[in-house]
Design a protein around this ligand. Sequence first.
Ligand code: SAM
Length: 283
Amino acid sequence: MKAQALSSDRKEARENQTPSSGLFFKVKKVLYEKRSKFQKIEIIQNDFYGRVLFLDGLVQTTERDEFFYHEMLVEPALCSHPAPENVLVIGGGDGGALRHVLQHPVKKAWLVEIDEEVIKACEQYFPWLEASLSDPRAELAIADGFDFIQNTRDKFDVILVDSSDPVGPSAILHQRDFYFKLKKILKPGGIIAAQSGSQILHLKEHADKARFLKKMFKVSRFYSGPVPTYPVGTWCYNFLSDRIDPLKVKELRIPAGLKYYNEEIHRAAFALPVFFRQAIGLS
Ligand code: SAM
């Protein structure tokens, strides 16, 4: 849900986050550049952020700040579920979410990524992906997430939607019909967590999502956290379930070695600022 990229040349890579502001990275080296069937994939080296992955000119992940996003996408759901055995990650071809899922005692974790070229590029430049995919509990499917959920016979304890913005192949992963079908493959007591865009820039999209999600799930909460390289720094996620309210979980099962998420962050992340509550129709 980020704004259009301005340009990405060899000295500087820029993401235009609003019509009059954005983020730039000095490019120490272009490590990878390819146009796949779906999108333009670029990985650059930056002195501060390390390796930075862009898809169609929009930052997806960086070595230095990926933990903010991946921990907040994965941990509230995985830590709240009493026994997450079967987990599905839709999108997430950089492997950061999968790596966190596998730190939990899950039995199986699917990664369903539409673009094989993203997997190939990230296996080479983000070594955590290769390590995660070689875990015997991990299964990779190169498929459209929407097709996958229509055809799978599996049911899942936790589903994570690690999509990119609602343009191109990701557009479908932000729509009502997708969530309707996702719910059908969620086990009773299961949890869905989805990235849903910038807390500040995407108020209309959040309001639209809030309307249909609250009709679909007994528990439908937004939560947020910082991601320094995402527009404009504070990111939003949805927590959806028919049984588990993240604010009533007695014991969070938090794996060791995290850098951002802990019990206090879990509770604080569900606190919503006034402008956001108003935008999504909460009093
Ligand atoms: N959440 C991060 C962000 O907003 O910057 C991006 C994470 S990840 C790199 C997003 C992945 O979703 C991309 O690799 C993209 O190819 C994949 N993707 C997009 N549409 C998809 C679809 N319909 N099914 C499965 N994967 C998809």
